[in-house]
Write a protein that binds this ligand. Structure first.
Ligand SMILES: [Zn+2]
Length: 625
């Protein structure tokens, strides 16, 4: 394992609190000896992601992934094993033996992170130093506190074409790396490159670990476009991040609420006024991935619309909410899948006066005014429902009313959160002048019709073919040392159908004195995930006492070995017959076959059937029994 000693690999995970580690990405709740939360690796509505602090492992019973702290970091940060070891060693304060940075592929991402960090510091210095006056004046005019600007790492990209390039040349960063980081652009002639961001106020965009992965650049004057963003790179995917999520995460979890705004300045201003649970969407549409991030930390999101466009925008968002794609289940407004004790994920709308955004509103009305607007926030779906009920042509009369009734029932049918659906039904019924029960029943009917053609559910990863008894055997080997001593020597690869179980047993055979958890570092997926599942399936206790299980498995394994031996001998007889004449079949082979089959039949509690060479039985047929 890349030159790390087993002792070191054992030491690091014991120095890391896996609940704390996973808890930085997943909203975990205690459930017995385990912690549970929504899986960060697949979209799900009910928590099947399990963390066991005592064993230091995680496993998702939805998509089947699992492992130890290393495996979690590898998967979450998409890094190699050595990188995960380094990251966790650093976090745990464990010293690593000196080692060279590998020149391999995984150093590419690390290099991009380094260059982005360097760039962020370069831009921040430009803002603070002479030459940054105009940008600083602009910030002052917008009412942005210098402390907040520093906390968000704001910077300034120099005018001209090569400010960053020149700096990076001195830092010996290759042009190719700058290109890969999206910081420079190649001229059409292809011969040279120039700075992508010039004379702009720079907003570093960080991932959840606080690493700069992209920049947003705002023009200080009339230059177009007003906002220029980093292109996608190996470390940045659009729509997968929320601006300031790294800074806001702790408060979002504490308040169980996130405020979602559109612009960088809106976000800064909200933080400056004490709303440190604010994030920005980095684009006009909120993606399911972004909602998925928020959903891990809280149960309520408040977004802000100008009163003038609220209906329109709410309708657009509601459409995204109610017509989820495969990935869209991250919205998670689900009638059955309420998190834990019923707190579903709610999206609310706070109305701002016409022409205002959070930035301008906060500057004029302050934190108190903003708090009032948030307190008065209504369900996003309620706004959308108002719009649904309103006749598009402004028609009235019985015909228009029954159309509105149908549209409302259809929309309500798609609202999966039962509590919210009931409230909305009452509101809609009052507006339509109909009986709420009637509307509710109609929506229920539509709902079951909508649900029929295969509800959108997250598909679990294909389960490897394996036999239940193989699993029980391996679990016994892992958890019970007398079983290990008795059964490991007689468990052969051929006894296990699943390659993952074979890999686990091979790892156990290599280190038979170790704990089951510490085998995780010896395994790769899918075997590693199968191991965590075996370790966490608490309800699968052995039906009998282990000694009985050991005896049972011993018998089964021995029987199978004999059967296999019998088959092999039969095959060798067949082969011999094919090669030579039938008469030449070695008698000792028949005798061996007979002995083996006798043993097997005795084990099966039957009388050994006749398989005398003199009776000219077809050995192939016997071998099939
Ligand atoms: Zn999962």
């Amino acid at each position: 394992m890349a030159g790390y000693s087993p002792a070191l690999l054992d030491e690091i995970p014991t120095s890391v609190d896996i609940v704390d580690l996973v808890g930085r990405f997943v909203n975990l709740r205690k459930a017995g000896v385990n912690y549970k939360g929504l899986c960060p690796f697949h979209a799900e509505k009910t928590p099947s992601f399990t963390v066991n602090p005592k064993k230091g492992i995680f496993h998702c019973f939805g998509c089947g992934v699992g492992g130890d702290a290393f495996a979690f970091v590898m998967r979450q940060d998409r890094v190699s094993f050595p990188e995960a070891v380094r990251a966790l060693a650093k976090a745990a304060g464990v010293a690593l033996p000196e080692e060279r940075e590998p020149d391999g592929a995984d150093s590419g991402r690390a290099e991009l992170h380094r260059v982005m960090d360097l760039t962020a510091r370069f831009y921040a210095e430009r803002l603070a130093k002479p030459g940054g006056e105009r940008a600083r004046e602009y910030l002052a005019k917008r009412g942005i506190d210098p402390d907040v600007a520093r906390r968000f790492g704001l910077g300034l990209s120099p005018d001209g074409w090569d400010g960053l390039l020149t700096f990076m040349r001195e830092e010996r960063v290759p042009v190719e790396t700058l290109e890969n980081a999206g910081l420079v652009v190649r001229r059409d002639t292809g011969t040279s490159v120039y700075d992508r961001f010039r004379g702009r106020l720079m907003f570093p965009i960080r991932d959840l670990q606080g690493r700069v992965v992209a920049f947003g650049g705002r023009g200080q004057g009339d230059e177009q476009p007003k906002y220029l963003n980093s292109p996608e790179t190996a470390i940045y995917t659009k729509g997968n991040l929320l601006y300031a999520a790294d800074i806001a995460r702790a408060t979002i979890r504490d308040k169980n609420r996130a405020l979602l705004v559109e612009g960088y300045v809106d976000c800064l201003m909200a933080h400056q006024h004490g709303f440190t649970e604010t994030v920005a969407a980095l684009g006009t549409a909120f993606t399911p991935a972004q909602l998925g991030i928020l959903r891990r930390y809280c149960e309520e999101v408040v977004t802000f619309f100008d009163a003038d466009v609220a209906g329109q925008k709410a309708a657009e968002r509601a459409a995204e909410l109610l017509e989820p794609s495969d990935a869209g289940s991250a919205w998670g407004v689900n009638r059955a899948g309420a998190f834990d004790t019923g707190g579903a994920f709610r999206v609310k709308v706070a109305l701002l006066p016409t022409g205002y955004d959070p930035d301008t509103f906060l500057r004029e009305h302050g934190a108190d005014g903003f708090t009032q607007r948030i307190a008065a926030a209504r369900s996003l779906l309620a706004y959308a429902l108002d719009r649904t009920i309103a006749d598009p042509d402004g028609a009235t009369g019985p015909r228009a009313r029954s159309n509105a009734f149908a549209r409302a029932a259809l929309m309500l049918a798609k609202v999966a959160d039962a509590e919210e659906a009931a409230v909305l039904s009452r509101e809609a019924a009052a507006k339509l002048g109909v009986d709420a029960t009637q509307l509710w029943i109609e929506s229920q009917k539509l709902q079951s019709a909508l649900r029929k053609p295969g509800a959108v559910a997250s598909k679990p990863a294909p389960v490897e073919r394996e036999r239940a008894q193989d699993r029980t055997l391996v679990r016994l080997l892992l958890q019970h040392s007398p079983a290990r001593a008795a059964l490991l020597p007689i468990t052969h690869d051929t006894d296990l159908v699943s390659s993952s179980l074979r890999a686990i047993v091979a790892a156990l055979r290599a280190r038979p004195d170790t704990t089951a958890e510490s085998l995780l570092v010896d395994l790769d997926d899918p075997a590693r995930s199968v191991l965590t599942a075996l370790l966490l399936e608490e309800d699968h206790r052995f039906p009998e006492d282990p000694d009985v299980s050991i005896a049972g498995f011993r018998q089964r394994l021995e029987r199978e070995h004999h059967l296999r031996r019998q088959r092999e001998i039969a095959q060798s007889i067949t082969d011999a017959q094919r090669r030579a004449s039938v008469v030449d079949t070695p008698v000792q082979d028949f005798q061996a076959l007979h002995r083996e089959s006798k043993v097997v039949y005795e084990m099966l509690g039957k009388v050994a059937q006749s398989l005398e060479p003199s009776e000219k039985n077809d050995p192939r047929r016997s071998s099939d029994e």
